[in-house]
Design a protein around this ligand. Structure first.
Ligand code: C5P
Length: 246
């Protein structure tokens, strides 16, 4: 192990704009290594949903921060990925709507809310390791992470991927509207003063526009191996995953 001190969990950050494939990469990397996974976007989405259902206006920073601090949220891994529960109700689907993304990015612009979620995110850095997916994992939440990936792709490619994903779920979608929403959300995430979406100075920027999900995972696994971040058990799992891909 390199970056993490003895007994400390190693952390790999996957940051980048919406639709670049961060969620897929982070989930498959966590599965490959058998590490813990933090989907920080889901936390902001749940805060937005909890505010809307509790009648808390999204622009009232102090009130939204109270909701963020007292959030009763759990993540449950299952055969179809991780499900997200808010106060005992499964909200996995509800938070993934386009509206869910907009309210998440509205509450995420409030510094009080980011501060309220900071400790909750850091507590998830537990052995054998954590893959953290978000916008500010490498810049703010885990500045001394062992590996920081900034995954990006053209806005058009990201809108198209989202289009196929929503269509696959049977939702009626409009590509031009999706593209406009992605560009608007990028602008809000990049221009906010609290933890704007920028690559950390020591992040490796990976453009996934022309890469499949498998190719992205292979490249990142190569970087993980090269940095010798893992304990012995995770290293063995990485080797056998690489062998089965060949
Ligand atoms: O990743 P996801 O699309 O679920 O995130 C929803 C929104 O939450 C993003 O558009 C962004 O505004 C916000 N977010 C953030 N910081 C993070 C994760 C997500 O500001 N670490």
């Amino acid at each position: 192990m390199t970056g993490a001190a003895a007994g400390e969990a190693p952390v790999i950050c996957v940051d980048g704009p919406s639709g670049a494939g961060k969620g897929t990469l982070a989930q498959s990397l966590a599965d490959t290594l058998s590490w813990n996974l933090l989907d920080s976007g889901a936390l902001y989405r749940v805060v937005g949903l909890a505010c809307l259902s509790g009648g808390v206006p999204l622009d009232q920073a102090q009130q939204v921060a109270v909701v963020a601090r007292s959030l009763d949220v759990t993540f449950q891994p299952g055969a179809e990925g991780v499900s997200v529960w808010l106060s005992g109700a499964d909200v996995t689907r509800e938070i993934r709507s386009e509206e869910g993304g907009i309210s998440a990015s509205t509450v995420a612009a409030l510094p009080e809310v980011r501060e309220a979620l900071l400790l909750r995110q850091r507590e998830l850095a537990r052995l054998p390791g954590l893959v953290a997916d978000g916008r500010d994992m490498g810049t703010v939440v885990f500045p001394s992470a062992d590996l920081k990936i900034f995954l990006t792709a053209s806005a058009e490619a990201r809108a198209e991927r989202r289009y196929h994903q929503l269509q696959g779920r049977g939702e009626s979608v409009n590509l031009a509207r999706l593209l406009a929403a992605i560009i608007e959300r990028d602008a809000r995430d990049e221009s906010r003063s609290a933890s704007p979406l920028v690559p950390a100075d020591d992040a490796i920027v990976l453009d996934s526009t022309a890469l499949s999900a498998g190719e992205v995972l292979s490249r990142v696994c190569e970087l993980v191996s090269a940095r010798a971040i893992m304990g012995e058990a995770s290293e063995k799992r990485l080797d056998s995953a690489e062998a089965s891909r060949q």
